[in-house]
Every structure is written in C-alpha cells, then in structure tokens.
Write a protein that binds this ligand. Structure first.
Ligand code: ZN
Length: 458
C-alpha cells in the first residue's frame, strides 16, 4: 500500500517537473522571438535610412549588415521584405515604366537578393495585385466593358501571361464565368447583348475558348435541365427558346441520347400548345356523331360530382367533339356544349370543370389530364373566340421568371420530394383552381415522377 503511494507521488512530482520545463521553454521562445523582432525592426529602420540617402550604387547589404553586427539571416529577411513592399507600391498603378525597371534592378543588386528570389517576390506581388483587381471586378457579378479593358491592360502592364492569370484566379474565374453563363441562359432567350457580355467575361478573365467551353461542358447537363424546366413551365416553347436550347446543346456538346427525355417532352409540349391554340387532332370513334361533328378526344374517364351530402364518382367514357362534350356510363350520362365551360382547372390526374349547364360541372379523372385539358382549351377557344388564357389551368401555368429563379435556387435544382435532379417541373403546392397563387411560397420543384404521383385531392 505504502509502495503504491510512493510510486504515485514520484510520478506526480515527475509530471509537474516536465510541466515546468515545457512552461519554461515556451517563455524562453517568446523572449527569443521578441528579441529577434526588435532586432529586425531596428535593422529595418537603419537600412531604410541608408537606402534613403542619395543613390549609391556601391551599397551592398552584406557589408552594411556586418557593420551593424546583424546576423545574415535577419538582414536578408528585412531586405526581402523592403523590396516586396517597394515593388508592390511600384506596380499599384498597373504598369512598370522602363525607368522604374532600372531602379528596381539597382535595388535588388544593392540588397543582394538573388534573381530567383526576386522573381518569386515580384510574382507574388503581381498575383496579389491581379487577384485583388479580379475580385473587385467580379464583386457585383457583372463585367462591364470598362472593367474588361482594365483587367486586360493590367495584365499587359504587369506582364502577366494568360497562363499565370488562370493559375491565380482560376477558381473564381471558373465559377463567375459559369454564373454569368447560367444567368444568361436560364430565361431561355439569349440576346445579342448577352452574347457580348459572355464574350467580355471570357476575355476579362483571360479564359481561352477551350477553357470556357470545358467549364460549360462540365456543367452542361445541369444547365440544360435548368433552362429546359424554366422554358417549358408556361406550356409553350417559343422559337427563340427552342433556338436557345439547341444552341446550349451544341455549345455543350450534349448528345441527342443524353437529352432523349427532354426532346420527347419538348415534342409533347409543342403538341399540346398547338391543341390549345385550336389546332386539334381528329380521332376516329365508333360513337355515332352528328353530321359535321368531329371527334377530338375519346377515352375512359371517372366523373366525380358533389351532391349536397356526398361525393360520387362514376366510371365511363368521355368524348370531346367540336360541338359537344359527352359523358356516358351505365348509371349517368350527359352532354353539354363547350361554350358552357366557364373554367378548367387541372390537377395531376384530372380536371375540374366549371360549367353553366345543368350537368357537366365536376371532376374528370383521366390518364392524360394534360392532354385533355389542352384539347378542351382548344375546343372552347374555337367556340368562344376567347383566349384560353383566362382559364385556371392556363393561369396556373403562368409563373414569373423571378419566381421561377427564386424557387429553383431555393430548392437547389432538385425535387423537393425525392431529391432527384432528372426532369424537374414547377409545381403549384395548392393548385390555382383552388386558390393557390403563383408565388414563391406556393411553388416548388418536383421531378416529373413525383409530380404525377402527387395526390389528386388536396
Ligand atoms: Zn421526385
């Protein structure tokens, strides 16, 4: 027992001793460091004073430091430091005049800084000056003509190669070029002004064509997905938007196979847009129609309607012609004129029609609600000579560019349900027909799959 106690005591005392030694060493180091710094400060003042005297080409650092009894190592460090700050000041105006070049050569000789070290110091100063200038230009996310020119002349003035410029500001250049490209492309229309801006940005950042292309290519699919979702959201792909998508595909060297899903979808969107405009398909039907009546849509449909006490749903067949809308089922059949339709609201899986007819108002669940909505909109448009834009489903399609952008960024370009980034659509959380607005708060990103699976009833 006593033995154990002694052992413990010994270890304890030993540890305290080591602790004291560590403490002592730290104090000593601190003192040494302070002394060295003081020596440096003193020598710096002496050296600056000496250099400030009228130019003497015979001045040599080694002689001077010997006279001052300052260790070589300190003398060298101080000299390099003085040279670095001198050089920084000299290049602050963006050029090195021949006269200045002569002076710095004399100075490096006097300070006996070896050429390799001179090169390193100068390179570091140039890098700092250039990086600062680039940061300043990119601070607002846009590169003006003037800024592009000033960066170019800075590179020329300081003799900075594109290679060095890229090395120093590569990361920031890369991301800001990509950001510029994204901003320009995402609304689906690339104006000639925007093309000029892109070019200016590329030039300002000293990016070669090859580099700029590879930056875009690495992000190509993501850019295409984003642009596509933005463009397609309103249900119309304009010629201008189509051009932008093609341009993006070419620029980014995306293959048709990469984009198969998008091309197929684009075809559907264009087809539906044509329907809505009144260019309707003719569908063969076995149902007897009146003379001059053309069938535009036929398919199975579950019709849901509310009575005072209950919600009923009956399954049957729906036919849309240029003159009538027919629903027939074993228990309930009716027809009404397209001109009776007051509003069409679409939710995934079905339509909600409001009509000023005795029968017809209710929910129509079909497999392709999107297509039925487009056809009905086209038929109604022909009947009423009205723009179908006044319908809920059409209104719901309208989301402003700002809202789209904000939603895209907020949701990080991913489906909020499953996190996929494959084929994204802007979805109204509460449908327009049920009072949901096209605001950032009511719009979210969903992949097509999740959007289709979204429950029909809210
Ligand atoms: Zn999803």
């Amino acid at each position: 027992m006593i033995g154990a106690f002694i052992l413990f005591f010994t270890i304890g005392a030993g540890a305290a001793g080591i602790g004291y030694l560590v403490y002592y060493n730290a104090q000593e180091n601190k003192a040494r460091e302070a002394k060295r710094r003081e020596e440096e400060t003193q020598f710096r003042a002496l050296l600056l004073h000496e250099l400030g005297k009228k130019q003497r080409t015979s001045f040599r650092l080694s002689e001077f430091s010997a006279k001052c009894e300052v260790p070589d190592e300190i003398a060298r460090r101080v000299a390099e430091d003085i040279y670095a700050s001198y050089y920084r000041k000299l290049i602050a105006d963006g050029t090195i005049a021949p006269e200045e070049q002569k002076r710095i050569t004399l100075l490096t000789q006097a300070l006996e800084i070896d050429p390799e070290q001179v090169r390193r110091i100068e390179q570091h100063a140039r890098k700092q000056a250039y990086s600062q200038a680039v940061d300043g230009v990119l601070a607002d996310g846009r590169v003006t003509d003037e800024e592009a020119r000033s960066l170019e002349s800075l590179r020329r003035g300081l003799g900075i190669s594109s290679h060095d410029a890229n090395l120093w500001t590569g990361e920031v250049s890369r991301s800001s070029y990509l950001a510029t490209f994204r901003r320009i492309v995402r609304d689906g229309v690339v104006t000639s002004e925007e093309r000029a801006e892109l070019l200016r940005c590329k030039k300002a950042l000293a990016l070669s064509d090859e580099q700029a292309d590879s930056i875009i290519r690495a992000e190509a699919l993501a850019l295409y997905r984003e642009t596509f979702a933005m463009v397609v959201q309103d249900g119309v792909i304009t010629e201008e938007e189509e051009k932008t998508l093609t341009w993006l595909q070419d620029w980014a060297s995306l293959s048709d196979r990469d984009l198969a899903e998008y091309h197929a979808r684009s075809k559907v969107v264009k087809k539906l847009a044509a329907y809505r405009e009144g260019k309707l398909p003719v569908v063969k039907t076995r149902t007897m129609l009146e003379g001059g009546e053309t069938c535009h849509w036929e398919g199975s449909c579950a019709f849901g309607y509310e009575t005072r006490t209950q919600y009923h749903e009956v399954t049957g067949k729906l036919i849309v012609t240029n003159r009538n809308i027919y629903f027939s089922s074993p228990s309930k059949s009716f027809s009404f004129k397209p001109s009776r339709i007051l509003d069409i609201g679409r939710y995934s899986g079905g339509l909600e029609i409001k009509a000023n007819a005795r029968l017809g108002s209710g929910h129509y669940r079909v497999t392709d609600a999107e297509e039925l909505e487009a056809i009905l909109a086209g038929v109604v448009r022909k009947h009423k000579y009205l723009l179908s834009e006044s319908y809920s489903s059409a209104m719901a399609r309208h989301i402003s560019d700002e809202v789209k952008r904000e939603v895209w960024d907020r949701d990080g370009g991913r489906c909020v349900k499953c996190g996929k980034d494959d084929y994204l659509e802007f979805d109204h959380i509460i449908p327009h027909s049920r009072g949901g607005a096209s605001t950032v708060g009511n719009v979210q990103l969903l992949c097509r799959r999740c959007n289709l699976l979204k429950s029909d009833r809210i």
